[in-house]
Design a protein around this ligand. Structure first.
Ligand SMILES: Nc1nc2c(ncn2[C@@H]2O[C@H](COP(=O)(O)OP(=O)(O)OP(=O)(O)O)[C@@H](O)[C@H]2O)c(=O)[nH]1
Ligand SMILES: [Mg+2]
Length: 457
């Protein structure tokens, strides 16, 4: 695909930095190279050259890289200039470059859009690049990279191949009845079942990719004054939540993201759960319950100075209302106020994981972080096992639709045994797959995806 305009953008973040990179893509890249560098750099070699402005004055010196079409990221001629990260110099360079006719600043995501439209990357890979730019923890970055290598595409393609095989067989039966090809009902059912099974596997793995991007949801709950907000602040190393000795201080939910050992967590501080007539507090407690339902892991805080039997009984009463599979850890807070060893003896009957800590002195806080990390990489809990790749909600939504459609198609097939209807269903299912891989996709979807990109990508 040939684009009329040549585009330029700064790939590095704005502001002063060690290196500032400009990326140029399009048919005018050669003219730009002659103007700025007085030559076209040797292809795929890093060359140290002076950069000239409109008045032929040297404004910077740096590395220039040249990639000829079609062997470049976008499939077009690409020039990359790596100069000093000085905003004034970079702006002057951009001004010099855009003074050439049909050269303009790139829109967000336009480089990747061109790469996609020129068949250099598929839609899944394009979306992964966006994930990569926005990924905010180390593990998320790795997950996005995996998708970029096309792992998700590979799995989806295997699935498409299975659907296509079945489709081809069925279309052949319909269109060439003289060939007398026969396929048993049982065999068709088996193939449809296999497709559903494969979708389930992809869904499980893809969901873990989303967990990574969003952060594993941790909610801190417990009785008023047990020290929930203090623990929340200690985890974040920041006094985000208000702490007082007045019961019912926290009313609203407070969410913060935190990176522990490369894994992203979303931690939420909540209103203490207790019977109350205070209208605002009741609203806060309702919100706490809503958050509990959304969470992957509940941290239940107990004040160690309060009679254990009583507070543990309260905890046991609440636990029956928690969602089934949610992980629970009891945090015995304020251990700075008592003799820990004597205190721990009483807890042999506790089945849940427990940690002794003091938000005040910091004792046990590292242990808590380690614990959160360990739980997060337990494959039985978060399906965090290899291979993880990042999948957008759109993919998951389409997979859901496909699964539903296949289930319906199985029912219709069983009831009516109509091979034409089955062929129709399979065609629709294949179209859904195309929405994932981007073979057929409306311009509207495309534009909305690429407009989420950063400029310079
Ligand atoms: N000695 C000691 N005091 C603590 C500790 N953690 C919290 N406190 C004190 O306990 C009181 C309540 O702390 P908060 O963190 O506000 O408790 P909370 O559970 O968020 O309370 P609500 O928001 O009212 O539900 C404050 O006076 C804190 O200073 C601790 O580890 N040791
Ligand atoms: Mg609080």
């Amino acid at each position: 695909m040939v684009f009329h305009d040549t585009i330029v953008a700064q790939s590095t973040p704005y502001g002063r930095s060690g290196v500032g990179i400009l990326k140029i893509s399009g048919s005018k890249s050669k003219d730009i190279a002659y103007k700025i560098l007085k030559k076209i750099p040797r292809e795929r070699y890093a060359q140290y050259l002076p950069f000239f402005d409109d008045t032929n004055t040297i404004i910077d010196k740096g590395i220039a890289l040249w990639f000829s079409a079609p062997n470049s990221y976008t499939g077009e001629d690409i020039l990359e200039l790596q100069g000093h990260g000085n905003p004034i110099i970079l702006e002057l360079l951009i001004k010099t470059i855009t003074n050439i006719d049909h050269v303009r600043l790139a829109n967000p995501g336009e480089f990747s859009q061109r790469a996609f439209l020129n068949g250099k990357i598929d839609l899944i890979q394009a979306e992964s690049i966006m994930d990569l730019i926005h990924a905010n923890s180390e593990a998320s970055v790795k997950s996005s990279l995996r998708s970029l290598e096309g792992l998700f595409s590979k799995k989806i393609n295997t699935l498409i191949q299975n659907v296509t095989k079945l489709r081809v067989l069925i279309e052949t039966i319909i269109n060439f009845p003289e060939n007398n090809i026969y396929i048993s009902e049982k065999k068709i059912n088996k193939q449809l079942n296999n497709i559903v099974k494969y979708i389930n596997i992809i869904n499980n793995i893809a969901s873990s990719g989303n967990i990574l991007k969003e952060g594993i949801k941790i909610v801190i709950i417990g009785e008023p004054n047990s020290g929930k907000s203090s623990i929340f602040n200690a985890l974040l190393l920041n006094n985000v939540a208000i702490v007082t000795d007045i019961k019912g201080t926290t009313r609203d939910l407070i969410h913060e993201n935190i990176d522990i050992g490369g894994i992203l967590f979303q931690i939420t501080d909540t209103a203490g759960i207790r019977p109350t007539n205070n209208k605002i507090e009741i609203l806060g407690i309702n919100k706490t319950w809503e958050q509990i339902k959304l969470s992957d892991h509940i941290l239940y805080v107990l004040d160690s100075t309060i009679d254990f039997e009583k507070s543990y009984q309260k905890f046991l009463n609440l636990i029956s209302k928690f969602p089934n599979k949610t992980r629970i850890t009891i945090l015995f807070n304020k251990i700075d106020l008592l003799n820990k060893k004597l205190f721990m003896k009483k807890h042999y009957q506790i089945k849940q994981s427990k940690i002794y800590l003091s938000a005040k002195t910091g004792e046990g806080m590292e242990l808590l972080k380690q614990h959160l990390q360990e739980q997060a990489i337990d494959p039985n809990i978060y399906y965090y096992a290899e291979p993880i790749f990042s999948a957008r909600y759109r993919h998951l939504k389409i997979l859901k639709k496909i699964k539903k459609r296949i289930q319906n198609c199985k029912i219709t097939w069983k009831q009516l045994n109509n091979i034409e209807l089955l062929a129709d269903d399979l065609r629709i299912i294949q179209n859904y797959f195309n929405q994932i891989t981007g073979c057929v996709t409306s311009e509207k979807i495309l534009n909305s995806i690429f407009s989420n990109f950063c400029i310079g990508k």
